[in-house]
Design a protein around this ligand. Structure first.
Ligand SMILES: [Zn+2]
Length: 577
């Protein structure tokens, strides 16, 4: 094995290192995993996807599948590692752990650890942060204002403070390193303006630089891959980052093509970070606008399990209070157009790690300002758990444009945005538990029973009855949205006979959609409603010979549904006389 599991998921991998790991894992477990290049990034890096299933038991495309990806956003490298861990755990656990063995026998996992390899490479090898990819967007030149820059060349873009009587910040009474907000009625102390460490883009033709009026420039690398999907896409003036037109980034086009090329994909998880919660549907319109109760039914139940297994809350991506939406996300596209449920876990929770109590299950409160006491706890966590590495002591520095400043303060990349290395493995484990659970809820076709009986007076006639059942929790149509969009395909049962002729019943019969167990989940005070999760297909056949041998006469039945897999059985016709 390469670095994994020897270093135990305690560092972040550059794209070529991830590629090496994926090649190593897939060549070590050829019966369980295949690696496929599904496209190329803007800078020409390969886009990799791994298919995981026990192919000895059935082809990947014949099983219900969970699609998982990471790093739509360049700097959210915790996500690539959760993807890699999921792959590693499934492969190394197969044959060792009964639950994992069962997962790869019955289901398929498609995992795309790095949607944006260009972005990950740039993030991990420079001091910069960026949204998705290091391509200037929307403008080739830098807009006026403050741009993040590693001014002192220490490899980190941290913070910059400038003493100013009008400043909004003051030094905390609890720790001289910490800046906290100046109180509303406070005057007479030493105050600071606080900036990201950076450089001001300023055109002298606009007059002299006013250092008291520096504003942040818009993001230079502003493309956002997770706003570029072709559902409810919005242009730059409405939502920044979505690109000049839907699917403009090749990396997003590859994702859409992948999902469309794999109709067995029945659920989608896009890993992101930061915050320690999960964005849930809907993304771009109010739940009340859907003509069905999908999102308050099965979807809510599966989402709640996320909270239970990860100890992280759920936030609806569309915010009803402010009517703000995330347009053109992959999750929104997959659900609205194909009825596939999706989740966006924001993996890392810095405040939680520092032991700061979570403030409510409401998005605005969750992300609202933190008290001075909370910030002091965070600093104490930095001092003990991170050995001080998350906070750089303030030091004086002569800024080439702004004159004397102090550099220091909180770092961002492996403090706020991503899990510090020591926390990474535990996050991977928690989230892989939930995706394993999620896979086990997918619809799953089985042939529950086949019967062959003599029929009528003709000694050669047989009646074949096949009972097909959905053994999964979710229905074979996944969601009501899939019915609305007519993307759900009916369960089909096909009979092919050898040494016999079908005399009644179409060779291919459609059984409709088979609900899973979810439909029976009614409150206990109502009359129990058993799920009608099975259906029957029937045929009358006539044998060519009076008493054929096994070899001479047989029937093959195949039940299939794109989201629920394919089940096959060979039926003996010679038992019945
Ligand atoms: Zn993100």
């Amino acid at each position: 094995m390469t670095g994994i599991p020897a270093d135990g998921f305690t560092r972040y991998l550059r794209p070529h290192e991830m590629e090496a790991e994926l090649k190593q894992l897939t060549t070590t477990y050829p019966a369980l995993a295949t690696l496929e290049q599904i496209g190329a990034s803007g800078e020409g890096r390969p886009l990799w996807a791994v298919t995981l299933t026990n192919s000895a038991i059935g082809a990947a495309g014949d099983k219900p599948a969970l699609y998982i990806d990471g790093n739509h956003h360049a700097g959210e490298v915790t996500s690539e590692m959760v993807c890699l861990y999921t792959i590693w755990q499934l492969l190394t656990g197969y044959g060792q752990d009964a639950a994992i063995t069962d997962l790869l026998d019955r289901y398929t996992f498609y995992v795309r650890p790095i949607v944006s390899p260009d972005g990950v490479e740039f993030y991990l090898t420079t001091p910069y942060t960026l949204r998705s990819t290091p391509q200037p967007y929307p403008h080739a030149d830098r807009a006026p204002g403050l741009h993040p820059e590693d001014i002192d060349g220490d490899g980190v873009i941290a913070q910059m403070r400038i003493a100013d009587p009008a400043g909004e910040w003051r030094v905390s009474d609890g720790d001289p390193r910490l800046l906290v907000r100046r109180r509303e009625d406070e005057r007479g102390g030493t105050y600071y303006r606080l900036y990201t460490e950076g450089q001001v883009v300023h055109d002298p033709a606009d007059g002299p630089l006013d250092t008291a009026a520096i504003t942040n420039a818009p993001a230079y690398w502003g493309l956002d891959f997770n706003r570029a999907y072709p559902h409810n896409w919005q242009p730059e003036y409405r939502q920044s980052g979505a690109g000049p037109y839907p699917l403009y980034p090749a990396e997003t086009r590859a994702g859409v093509d992948f999902v469309l090329d794999h109709p067995n994909i029945a659920a989608i998880v896009n890993y992101h970070t930061t915050g320690g919660f999960c964005f849930v549907l809907p993304s771009s319109r109010a739940p009340s606008e859907y003509p069905h109760d999908d999102l308050s039914g099965d979807y809510r139940l599966l989402s709640r399990k996320f909270s239970e297994l990860t100890d992280q809350p759920l936030f609806q991506s569309y915010t009803e209070v402010t009517k703000t939406a995330r347009f053109g996300s992959m999750m929104d596209w997959a659900y609205n157009q194909h009825g596939i449920f999706g989740w966006v876990p924001e993996l890392w929770d810095m405040w939680g790690a520092a032991g700061v109590e979570r403030r409510g299950e409401e998005f605005a409160r969750f992300f609202g300002g933190r008290s001075e006491a909370d910030q002091l706890r965070l600093l104490a966590w930095n001092d003990s758990a991170l050995k001080g590495q998350g906070f750089i002591p303030w030091r004086e520095f002569e800024h080439p444009q702004l004159g004397p400043v102090e550099l220091g303060g909180w770092t961002y990349k492996f403090t706020t945005q991503n899990a510090p290395h020591a926390y990474l493995r535990e996050i991977c484990e928690r989230h892989a538990n939930w995706t394993a659970y999620l896979a086990r809820t997918l619809p799953l076709l089985t042939i529950a029973e086949t019967t062959v009986e003599p029929f009528g007076d003709d000694a050669r006639l047989r009646r074949i009855t096949v009972r097909v059942r959905n053994d999964g929790f979710l229905p074979t149509n996944l969601s009501k949205q899939a019915l609305v969009t007519k993307s759900a395909r009916l369960v089909e049962v096909t009979l092919t006979v050898t040494g016999a002729t079908i005399v009644d019943g179409a060779a291919r019969q459609r059984l409709g959609h088979l609900p899973g167990r979810s439909v029976g989940a009614v409150p206990t005070w109502q009359a129990p409603t058993p799920a009608l999760s099975s259906g029957e297909a029937r045929w009358i056949i006539r044998l060519d010979d009076d008493r054929p041998t096994d070899d001479a006469a047989s029937a093959e039945v195949t039940a299939s549904s794109p989201k629920a897999g394919v089940a096959r059985e060979t039926i003996r016709l010679t038992d019945t006389y």
